[in-house]
Design a protein around this ligand. Structure first.
Ligand code: GLC
Length: 687
């Protein structure tokens, strides 16, 4: 049951697609306080209420005890004190004696104080007086999330090849470097489906250009890579380089498609190319224009993109630089005032993404002029929308890979996300693990983090453990920053362990893809907290670092250095499968309760739930070579069970075709359990 409450005159966010009538009643559950013309909502939590939601946010699965500021932020330094990350996902769901969800549909900033100031009090503070609140009642948090997901519409569906292993690094400078990356993976027998093109492929960091010097025949190179089984995925940045003669710049200026300052001139900020203008993604014409530009790369054979710097990230503006300069000039060593030194330092380090700059430019929302900070959270989302809507026009029957750095609810229908710049830290592996279910709650199913960490230097052990989790995330991409240690698997020592771990992924793809597709189609989650399934198990409610992945398996990733295993809570009897490679495994039936499970650095444990089965295909070098005519089944059951595998051609959009649903059953046949399917079952491992 969803009720809608409108405050002021909200800006359309495009988040909700199933219309809900405005309620005439006073808002329930929340009490309102008016302060300086703005409303603060309060909700009194019980001691053991859990608060789920907020998608791409800091902290654990349970959001209690901290302040979160929903304001898309270029934040590579994701330490525990940070309140804003790249995405803005304003859903919170309280689970306890009362189950209720609140979605704050707001284009600008919203602050959630979830028991930080006062342990049992949640305050929600929209930064404006114009927004909509949806109050969702349900039987459980899971039920509320399902209703919410239905209201915001089906999640973006990625092509199946995007479930393969993907290699990226900022600084693959030319064709030969990319050939070498592909060759080294091949030589080491490490499966690979995609290599990413970071800003270095462009000519002078200009969107929709390709450097002729470094990629002399780009279409031929794209084709050559496809023949090697590799998809190239170029980056597209939000900012357009200011350079007379550059087509995008000239057109944007001529047709007034860039964000403007109050004086009517195009707003300028410094990003990778130096001075840039920002396309006005809040404007339908600008969206259509920018979206149409992807065609030039699609015509070269490109089938996937990542949209970046679209918070939008700004390194500096002229105003900011001038203010800092004036401060530096006024700073006199002789004054001998250390407090002024700290101010000076803050002035210089605070040049990027200044609030003042976000307040200094405007959008033309199809006739309505709106200051950027009022719609800040929609900017990246509308860049994703621009691309997604254009792909729908250009290739209506084909899925194109798309994911973005900045996002807000609504953009989940057009693309996935990656969680932006993290670091090669164990704490960021843990953050990645805990965030996945929350992202799913908010509709982001095709998602993942930079495996191994983007900044800092990755170690062999961290990469192995991160991959041990990454083999379950739809986006499985190893990405790192220029200047850091090379972290392609073959640069981290003996390659056998990497080959083995990634080969497990390729055996799991049919299952993961099937569960992902079913979750997309049913507005469900792929990564689920244990509490959502084991509803009457009070201990399961508290578990944050284990989760269900689809209907058959539970995972318990290892995220500590020097660990030889970890404690795992089993909410029911399960079959432990420890994979050393796709083919080498050990099994153990484990009883409900707490266990210490050992798994060496090069092993991945997973748990098959009681009365469930897991289909595995033979591993392959890439998804093109995946053979799904034959399966091995691992089942943990002593009764008849069935599993429906969703499979399709992985690229077209005929999702509901009945032929896409293949049944695997374990059935009693004359007193013995056996496997039944239209597929060839090469092996049944029954426990
Ligand atoms: C941003 C992106 C990162 C990319 C870099 C260079 O930091 O988040 O993924 O590698 O820009 O384009």
């Amino acid at each position: 049951m969803i009720k809608k409450f409108v405050y002021g005159n909200p800006i359309e966010t495009n988040a909700v697609v199933v219309p809900v009538e405005v309620s005439g009643d006073p808002i329930q559950y929340l009490s309102e306080i008016e302060m300086n013309g703005k409303i603060i909502f309060n909700y009194e939590m019980e001691n053991d209420d859990i608060v789920y939601g907020l998608g791409e946010a800091n902290g654990g699965l349970n959001k209690r005890g901290a302040v979160y500021r929903s304001f898309c932020t270029d934040e590579p330094n994701q330490t525990e004190d940070k309140a804003s990350f790249y995405g803005a996902h304003n859903l919170v769901v309280i689970s306890g004696m009362i189950n209720v969800g609140f979605f704050i549909d707001c284009a600008g900033e919203v602050t959630f104080d979830i028991g930080y100031t006062s342990y049992n009090m949640m305050n929600i503070e929209p930064g404006t007086s114009d927004f909509t609140v949806y109050v969702i009642e349900g039987r459980s948090a899971y039920d509320i999330i399902r209703q919410f997901r239905e209201m915001i519409g089906r999640s973006y569906i990625a092509p199946e090849w995007a479930f393969g292993y993907q290699q990226s690094r900022w600084s693959y400078m030319n064709e030969d470097e990319i050939r070498e990356v592909v060759k080294k993976h091949k030589d080491a027998g490490i499966p690979l489906d995609a290599v990413y093109l970071d800003i270095d492929y462009m000519d002078g960091y200009k969107d929709f250009t390709v450097s002729e010097e470094r990629f002399p025949d780009f279409p031929a190179f794209v084709k050559e890579m496809r023949e090697e089984g590799i998809h190239l995925v170029p980056i597209i940045d939000a900012g357009v380089k200011v350079e007379p003669g550059y087509e995008l710049y000239e057109e944007g200026r001529q047709y007034q498609l860039f964000c403007k300052k109050a004086d009517g001139t195009d707003f300028v900020a410094g990003v990778w190319p130096g001075k840039t203008h920002f396309p006005d993604f809040m404007n339908t014409g600008a969206r259509m224009w920018f979206g149409s530009k992807y065609k030039s790369l699609i015509d070269c054979g490109i089938e996937g993109f990542w949209n970046d710097m679209n918070e939008p990230a700004m390194f500096y503006t002229e105003d900011g630089v001038n203010e800092a300069k004036a401060y530096v000039q006024s700073f006199d060593f002789e004054t001998n005032d250390p407090s002024r030194f700290f101010e000076l330092k803050d002035k210089l380090t605070g040049l990027s993404n200044r609030r003042k700059d976000y307040e200094s430019f405007f959008h033309n929302m199809d006739g309505k002029i709106v200051r950027h900070d009022q719609v800040h959270n929609l900017y990246g989302a509308n860049m994703t929308r621009a691309a997604g809507e254009a792909f729908e026009q250009m290739a209506p029957d084909k899925r194109i890979l798309l994911f973005s750095r900045a996002s807000s609810i609504g953009s989940h229908r057009y693309g996935g996300l990656w969680t932006g710049d993290n670091q090669s830290w164990w704490s960021h592996l843990k953050l990645n693990i805990k965030m996945m279910p929350s992202l799913n709650m908010c509709g982001y199913l095709y998602s993942g983090a930079d495996l191994g960490g983007f900044g800092c230097n990755c170690t062999r052990e961290l990469m192995l453990r991160w991959l041990g989790f990454g083999i379950f995330t739809p986006l499985m991409r190893n990405h790192s920053a220029i200047g850091t240690r090379r972290q392609e698997c073959y640069n981290l020592g003996d390659t056998e362990d990497f080959r083995s771990i990634i080969s497990i992924r390729y055996s799991l793809i049919p299952y993961l893809y099937s569960e992902y597709m079913k979750a997309c189609m049913k507005n469900d989650m792929l990564f689920k907290p244990l509490a959502f399934e084991y509803t009457s198990d009070n201990f399961a409610r508290t578990v944050e670092d284990q989760m269900l992945v689809g209907e058959s398996i539970m995972i318990a990733p290892i995220y500590e250095p020097n660990a030889i295993g970890r404690y795992v809570y089993l909410p029911e009897d399960m079959l432990l499968v420890v994979f050393k490679s796709s083919a080498v495994r050990r099994y153990q039936i484990m009883r409900k309760g707490m266990h210490y499970v050992t798994a060496a650095m090069n092993e991945v444990p997973l748990f098959i739930r009681k009365n469930k089965l897991l289909p595995l295909c033979r591993t392959s070098h890439n998804t093109d070579e995946m053979d799904t005519s034959m399966f091995e089944i691992i089942a943990y059951t002593d009764v008849n069970i069935e599993y429906t595998l969703y499979e399709d051609d992985g690229i077209s959009k005929d999702y509901n075709n009945p032929e896409n649903f293949v049944s695997f059953a374990i059935k009693d046949m004359d007193g013995v359990l056996g496997a039944v399917s239209n597929k060839t079952i090469v092996k049944l491992s029954l426990f």
